[in-house]
Design a protein around this ligand. Structure first.
Ligand SMILES: Nc1ncnc2c1ncn2[C@@H]1O[C@H](COP(=O)(O)OP(=O)(O)OP(=O)(O)O)[C@@H](O)[C@H]1O
Length: 501
């Protein structure tokens, strides 16, 4: 078999930073090849070069032995038969699936779009991908997994022979993830080459043949996944051994004082009759599959969404009136949102300003905002969370995805609120930073703060929480109070809804 992709001595510079340093390696035709590395290692930058997003770089990219230099991603799709599928795949919600898949390249009858042909062609691809929606369905009716499939369908419509999947499972349900893996296997069988970027190492072992590891913009090595252990992969990525397992070093200073109480909370759509208490100094886990209603509960608690029934008590006082996020923050409760790209940071702000937004009072000296204080606080978290590059004065928008997450985490960790809700705190975050985040959470409870951690990663939910609530389809299906008795099979059963109390 030949080489689908060859990178030859790729160098890439952004103003003041040398991001890719002499990267050379190749990807075989028909293999599933993982691209691994810590946040900021350069994975997205390399993919952006491959897919024609960045056109200025040193070195050569070859596809099937031919040197290419695409003008833009469209050029790459049309002339290189190479497509990228990622989280933020652009779709036009108001159009049908078929219109989105064929956008700009619709089959025509004379000057008119041939909708019959469009639907026939797209439906054939959707069938091949085992999708449960049709070409004529509106995109707005699709789930995150459906949209991902749509992007793959688009790649196939353009006869792509190389497809990159960038963190494809981050927002997918368990079922959607399984369906995606089936599709990956099928594509591979048909000779399609897949480049796969993910921070979820178990997935690498499930579907990848080889893995290339990058560190600080450099090529480290390419490994045969079957002959590699999880520990070896982590060591190659981080350059040292790191425990990839969420664990607690110290017990929580948990008390009986109830800081947050939720009674029969219902939003009429995503969850109903939710009851729970959060105690001062504890980490309360919320485990469930994507779509179980956890995010919606948390948004309702902080006043971002409306409830139609039930009560919320904060430190013994019922939350009434026009409850909103500003009032919540003032009352001492904050949420680190799951969707940090759109709800997380200000594009025109530097890292230290983005970190300081929610703790401005802490950064005042004699009534004025103290730049020095802001910077010092940012520097502390940059060190603790190992943020790359170590530049608090950089615009957050220019940081890698995972490092942006760390900046937003730092914001919530420096707030004065004493109840912090973390929604998927380690999504998109590399393995070394995960361990740091767990340690910082322990420090927060030690300081007397109370945390809720929403997680779809079972080992994380089990390893981190003092108490664990399991949700399925909008309801709490179990409460597990003794850490030592956590059992992953039972918890998954509760999450799937097969073992309701
Ligand atoms: N437009 C830009 N201007 C300046 N620096 C940039 C720009 N885009 C990326 N970088 C820097 O390039 C480096 C590599 O970023 P890249 O997004 O490729 O990393 P990554 O491996 O994909 O990380 P993650 O796992 O967090 O997504 C980072 O240090 C980032 O700050």
């Amino acid at each position: 078999m030949g080489k689908a992709v060859e990178f030859v001595k790729i160098n890439k510079y952004f103003p003041g930073v040398h991001v890719l340093k002499d990267i050379s390696f190749s990807v075989e035709e028909g293999e599933v090849h993982a691209l691994l590395g810590e946040n900021g290692a350069g994975k997205s930058t390399l993919l952006n070069i491959l897919h024609g997003v960045y056109t200025k770089y040193e070195g050569e990219v070859k596809l099937h032995g031919q040197k290419v230099n695409f003008k833009n991603p469209n050029d790459a799709i049309l002339n290189g038969k190479i497509s990228k599928v990622h989280q933020e795949t652009m779709v036009v919600e108001e159009l049908t699936v078929g219109q989105n898949v064929t956008l700009g390249y619709e089959p025509k009858k004379g000057v008119f779009v041939d909708f019959g042909k469009m639907n026939r062609e797209v439906d054939a691809i959707l069938q091949e991908l085992n999708c449960n929606f049709k070409s004529s369905d509106l995109v707005s009716t699709l789930t995150a997994g459906g949209k991902q499939m749509l992007a793959i369908a688009k790649a196939l419509y353009h006869h792509s022979t190389i497809i990159s999947l960038d963190e494809p499972t981050a927002s997918l349900t368990l079922k959607e993830t399984e369906a995606l893996f089936e599709v990956v296997k099928k594509l591979k069988k048909n000779g399609v080459t897949i480049l796969y970027v993910s921070h979820r190492l178990e997935e690498i072992f499930q579907i990848c043949d080889r893995a290339t590891i990058m560190r600080d913009g450099e090529y480290i090595q390419t490994l045969n996944v079957k002959e590699t252990t999880r520990e070896e992969l982590i060591h190659a990525m981080v350059g040292r051994s790191v425990s990839a397992v969420a664990s607690r070093l110290k017990p929580s200073p948990k008390t009986d004082e109830v800081v947050l109480k939720v009674e029969n909370l219902t939003d009429g759509h995503h969850f109903r009759d939710v009851n729970f208490e959060l105690h001062k100094g504890e980490i309360l886990g919320f485990f469930g599959l994507v779509g179980a209603g956890r995010t919606e509960i948390m948004r309702t608690i902080i006043g971002a969404d409306r409830k139609i029934g039930g009560k919320i008590f904060l430190k013994g006082k019922e939350v009434t009136g026009n409850w909103n996020t500003t009032k919540a923050l003032k009352a001492g409760i904050g949420l680190l949102p799951e969707d940090r790209k759109t709800q997380g940071f200000m594009k025109q702000f530097t890292n230290y300003d983005n970190i300081a937004i929610s703790s401005l009072e802490k950064n005042l000296t004699a009534g004025f905002l103290d730049q020095g204080k802001k910077l010092k606080n940012a520097e502390y978290f940059f060190e603790e969370l190992d943020v790359h590059p170590r530049k608090p004065d950089y615009l957050t928008v220019n940081m890698s995805g995972g490092n942006q997450q760390k900046v937003i985490l730092a914001r919530w960790m420096s707030t004065d609120v004493d109840v912090i809700i973390f929604d998927e705190p380690t999504k998109g975050v590399d393995v070394a930073a995960k361990a740091e985040i767990y340690r910082l959470m322990e420090e927060l409870v030690e300081e007397g703060k109370s945390l809720i951690v929403v997680s779809s990663e079972l080992p994380e939910a089990m390893g981190l929480s003092d108490r664990l609530l399991v949700m399925s389809e909008g309801r709490i299906t179990a409460e597990l109070t003794v850490r030592e008795e956590y059992n992953s099979d039972t918890i998954l059963d509760y999450a799937i809804g097969g073992n309701e109390e």
